[in-house]
Design a protein around this ligand. Structure first.
Ligand code: INI
Length: 159
């Protein structure tokens, strides 16, 4: 008999969520944070079950996420940052470090660590993805976190 595992967005009372948010491009990351919080709240997660850690930039996000994920306190860690392309290769280094770091933390700890990091060519593109015409990547990250927690709880051996 075959099994299909698929998470829904139900929230289990014991679940706690951590959000790591960078201060770099704070005008935008504050909007991502608001979107992430509002979406968790819409799905029934009380503020008391959401902790927030602020860090300097996207480059630092994986280390903070790792500490939070390894603490055993959180069902998922949501990572929020905003990297905007400049005139040097700095952008690429920060993006690569953030993306590979977040994925590594997730695979190393077994905790869903969600990549809600905007990587855009302009400030305008970033605002569009932080609550204006192209949705809110922070809100999307919270939906992904809820689904991943639910999905992993169904798969044997995931505890
Ligand atoms: N950090 C960001 O989160 N976004 C950026 O756009 C950015 N730019 O463009 O430089 C950025 N740089 C800082 C970096 O994340 C580190 O905080 C810094 O290099 C110290 O390690």
């Amino acid at each position: 008999m075959s099994t299909i595992y698929e998470g829904d967005f139900m929230w289990d009372q014991q679940s706690r969520f951590a959000i790591v948010v960078s201060r770099f491009n704070e005008l935008i990351t504050d909007l991502l944070l608001a979107g992430a919080r509002a979406t968790l709240k819409k799905h029934g997660v009380p503020d008391d079950n959401i902790d927030v850690a602020r860090c300097p930039g996207g480059f630092e996000v994986p280390l903070v996420a790792r500490r939070l994920a390894a603490s055993g306190r959180y069902s998922a860690v949501i990572c929020l940052a905003c990297v905007i392309r400049g005139h040097t290769s700095h952008y690429d280094h920060v993006c690569d470090a953030a993306a590979s770091g977040v994925q590594r933390v997730s695979l190393d700890t077994g905790v869903p660590v969600i990549f809600g990091v905007l990587t855009t060519d302009s400030v305008q593109q970033a605002f569009e993805r932080a609550g204006s015409k192209a949705g809110n990547r922070g809100a999307d990250a919270s939906v992904t976190a809820l689904e991943m927690v639910n999905l992993l709880a169904q798969i044997p051996g995931s505890e």
